[in-house]
Design a binder for this molecule. Sequence first.
Ligand code: C2O
Ligand code: CU
Length: 546
Amino acid sequence: GKVHHHKFVIRSAPFTRLCSSKNILTVNGQFPGPTLKAHRGDTLVVKVYNQANYNLTIHWHGSNQVRNPWSDGPGYITQCPIKPGNMFKQIINLSTEEGTIWWHAHQGWARATVHGAFIIYPKRGHTYPFPKPHAEVPIILGEWWKEDVMEVPNVANITGRQPNTSDAYTINGQPGYLYPCSKKDTFKMNVDYGKTYLLRIINAVMEEEIFFAIANHKLTLVGKDGLYLKPIKTDYIMITPGQSMDILLEANQRSLGHYFMAARPYFSVDGARFDNTTTTALLVYNNSHKHHKKSPILPNLPPYNNTQASTIFTKKFRSLATKTHPINVPKKVDTHLLFTFSVNLLNCTHDKPCNGPFGMRFSASVNNVSLVHPANIDFLSAYYYKVPGVFEMDFPKKPKREFNYTADELPEYVLGTSPGTKVLVLEYDASVELILQGTNVLASDNHPIHLHGYTFYVVGSGFGNFDPKQDPKNYNLIDPPQETTVGLPKNGWVAIRFKANNPGMWLLHCHIERHASWGMNMVFLVKDGPTPQTQMIPPPKDLPKC
Ligand code: C2O
Ligand code: CU
């Protein structure tokens, strides 16, 4: 493959949205940031310069970073943050992924504005498993905050309450028609009648799952998270934070000349506090000016709380599972794991006073452990250099006590959580089955769960408690979808499988930012294999220190 060199300069830059101007963190002064393009088999070398006033890192979301966890990016997990004024050279080998992934900051809430698309074409000389589209367009779903988004988690941390929500959703950085002072800058996508386009849609929103649709147009989903799917024809998509989707769009309408594409949240919890406004962009047909006098129409998006619409869509995902795009789902499992995901409450303490719900503070956990980062070193360096006292290796393989996870009344002890620096050790090449179990603790939100370093197979899912006797009988081991971020439904479960053949330290976390900030993260330590080709590479010389 080819080697591509890029320079990412993280710096603040002025932008005007919603009738006022402010400085935001950007890469190279762009919002959304630059689009990376490469072919499968290529390598990217990205020099990341931090010219901002915060400690920052960049993560290549959906890239497996085979044997190279050092370039993965989550702060204090695989590297210390890059300090202001410093540079870190990250190397991304695109060996397994093909389609759309993305990149984003992975420290504090910087990813709100520091993110961009990452497009991986087929290997040179190979083609898509669908007819070549006339053109390709990244569609990044994001947000705009009137306040300084870097302060949002700090304020929430002091009060112990929910963080503030954003002031607008955006499509390619623009709130669109329906927001104040935003109409004329609405993002426009021009199309020729009769042509097919590939939309590379990314949900970079911090907190909400999103419904997206285009008026009068059918969408065909052909890929997700940097891997292909069997084509699915649909009127709308539901995309969780962290996910990316490849959508074919046939420009086969001409009566109106222009049409809205629109996005707004899907929220599983009734009465929950969120922003239910709609962001829009325009699909504009070339050479049909005479029609433009008519106002464009909005698509029919499912109501915000339509869990059925969400489930019907996500249940359709299937891998291609063909000769050219084979799958390799572990048929036998040697490592069984069950993780519960909960939003919890912790007592306010003397040294950390707060004033959250019931006079307590929000927290969140995996198997009732809230991940705490070390302060002076990253987990991966501590492991590599055998620095003692940084983490324990006893992350629980299942909940300490079994309980009815999705019952209305929950035992008292599941409300609490304990802060910890625990990692879960996996032997090299272990065949892992991990049940993600949502609980009914507090709000019982959906959780988009993202695993670094791996693409996993989603072999089953359902509502209620996972039933180890019955549910495995219905697993799909023929063509399960491969994903890197999976939506865990409210009060439901998802079964994923993967081969632990990528050594390193890999973060698993909820991609709802407040949940991650509250501790809904855990770390896998995957051991080296027996041969040099199955071991992680040594750290780069310029790996940032704390
Ligand atoms: Cu999209 Cu851990 O990240
Ligand atoms: Cu969550």
